[in-house]
Design a protein around this ligand. Structure first.
Ligand code: KG4
Ligand code: ZN
Length: 337
């Protein structure tokens, strides 16, 4: 028997994305329209601009994903969309469209948590999700999660202020490096000396799994009047090292304390080569394995939402068409939250 076909939509922030997945493995189509260049002029995502662009581009993105798959909407067995966390007006666009398809074709609808999409993305393709320590580092979130099994997660800690990617974006803005800031800061850091500016490691030794990155951003801000553009590589390298140092320390510690020997890393910041290198080395020293999401699955995309939805279908989970969006993280993803 053929594995079920699923169409998933992602519109939680500034990417309009659609994906077609067969079973848990076969990504038949994946299309993303990024609005990054539109928001770049503002130095960050403007919610109303984002939702209006989702509305304008969603149909074309869905058509593109279906065309790649060589399939039509009416052969889909289920429809999924990110319903939170994210920008409320942006989430409504994808969720309403997926509900409309489900209603018109009398198929199940699945409301998917964006964090779960990231969290499971390192396992994309696998039918079974192993127990692991999940580190989600994106523009909106920095979380340490105990992945007990698919659908069962415990929140261990998260950022109390800026997310790791947000800190990269804000520092890039301070240094005039453009948006999104992560890739620009990483490129600038490549020829910098990471020891010249010893930036603070906020909450590194706090004894818990919470993070704080806003002090780090403020340190960069106070340094600005004292430096020239020639110092930028050293500032970027020092800043990047400070973030990586805290993330690596806490991820390994959290894995140890929760007796996990696998660390699964996801989200846009997991594209960072220095983070990949430092975490791989620290995990190796601690006798743990580390896996990263595939680069195309790190930043926002609908394939990871489709995969999380496929995992939910394996557990016979579906959602009501009356399901609301949940813009904040308090959605019922974590058993202990
Ligand atoms: O996962 P994502 O699309 O965002 C949210 O879901 O919130 O990731 C985007 C974030 C941005 O903050 C971007 O600056 C950061 O990921 N990012 C990076 C790198 N590439 C993207 N941060 C550090 N180094 C990178 N190479
Ligand atoms: Zn995301």
């Amino acid at each position: 028997m053929n594995e079920p076909l699923l169409l998933a939509l992602e519109t939680s922030c500034d990417e309009t994305a659609a994906a077609v997945l067969r079973g848990t493995k076969e990504l038949l189509g994946s299309s993303i329209a990024s609005q990054a260049s539109i928001h770049a002029a503002y130095g960050g995502v403007v919610p109303e601009v984002a939702s209006r662009n989702h509305l304008a581009h969603l149909q074309a993105v869905v058509a593109e994903a279906l065309a790649q798959a060589g399939l039509t909407l009416n052969v889909m067995d289920a429809f999924a969309a990110t319903t939170g966390p994210g920008l409320a007006s942006a989430l409504l666009v994808g969720a309403s469209a997926a509900k409309g398809y489900a209603l018109a074709l009398n198929r199940p609808f699945l409301a998917i948590n964006h964090i779960e999409g990231h969290l499971l993305s390192p396992f994309f393709g696998r039918r079974e999700i192993p127990s692991a320590l999940g580190l989600v580092v994106s523009g909106g979130h920095t979380l340490l999660v105990d992945i007990i099994t698919a659908g069962h997660y415990r929140l261990l800690g998260r950022t109390l202020d800026d997310a790791a990617g947000e800190a990269f974006d804000k520092v890039a803005k301070l240094l005039d490096l453009g948006y999104p800031g992560g890739p620009a800061v990483e490129a600038e850091a490549r020829c910098g000396d990471s020891t010249r500016f010893p930036f603070p490691r906020g909450m590194k030794n706090s004894g818990n799994f919470y993070f704080s990155f806003s002090g780090l951003k403020t340190s960069v801000k106070y340094l600005l009047p004292k430096i020239s553009s020639a110092d930028r590589p050293d500032v970027c390298a020092g800043f990047q090292e400070a973030i990586v140092d805290v993330l690596v320390h806490k991820a390994v510690q959290a894995a140890k304390e929760n007796r996990r020997d696998l660390i699964a890393v996801s989200g846009g910041v997991s594209l960072n080569a220095r983070l990949r290198e430092a975490l791989s080395a620290a995990a190796y020293d601690a006798g743990m394995a580390v896996i990263f999401a595939e680069p195309t699955l790190c930043t926002d995309n609908a394939a990871m939402i489709a995969y999380a939805a496929a995992q939910a279908r394996l557990r016979d989970v579906s959602s009501s068409l009356a399901e609301d969006i949940a813009p904040s993280l308090t959605a019922s993803l974590f058993e202990n939250a």
